[in-house]
Design a protein around this ligand. Sequence first.
Ligand code: 13P
Length: 255
Amino acid sequence: MKKELRKAVIAGNWKMNNTPSQTTDLINEMKPLVADADCEVVLCVPYIDIPAAVEAAKGSNIKIGAENVHFKASGAYTGEVSTDMLKEAGVEYVVIGHSERRTYFGETDQTVNLRSLAALNAGLKAIICVGETLEQRELGYTETLLKFQTKMALTNVKPEQLKNVIIAYEPVWAIGTGVTATADQADEGNGFVREAIAEAYGAELAETVTVQYGGSMNAKNADELVAKVNVDGGLIGGASLKAQDFSVIVKAASK
Ligand code: 13P
């Protein structure tokens, strides 16, 4: 395992939180706290907050991401947003296939794949989420499921596009619950994801792909999680809404 081949990425996923003015205030508070980060710092925000986020982050090391993107270039898709729209707004990253989208909005492995391809073909960096439910874990399907979701998401993704792929292992049972995976569970899950990439693209390329952990990662447990060889940073929900907590996580990934 060659952790040094990969840049750690700490990405906040704000979910449905913060108005545009709150976005400006929070990013202004965060900027000085993360200025000396030795990892990528990304904030994925609601569509409506993107202009405020891009403006507030200007001249800083904070990159802005969206929380979803549609796979068609344009057309009659009420409520959806295209890659061109995001790029023109200054977005560099996009979260795809979050378990909340899979659970509440009918996202499937097929649509996750289509959205991933659209994002990557447009030159966006895709943060693709995979993860098992507690029931699936207890039935012993974690490895099978993580590998299946990873391979499905990456179907038809070209090897040279992997440099823009981040996979976030987010056990569903750890999201927003305060129950964090142990560092060993996170490392194991991320390892399954990396094995799936290796099976599809070869071990050498798989070593270069950033695999994050997400699920109740916070200022207290970040150190232990990001120290693991397969954990290349995190996708942070609740703790990314607090400047201090988020900056502690960024510092943990900068060591
Ligand atoms: P929490 O950090 O709030 O558990 O959320 C994790 C997550 O879903 C990030 O995408």
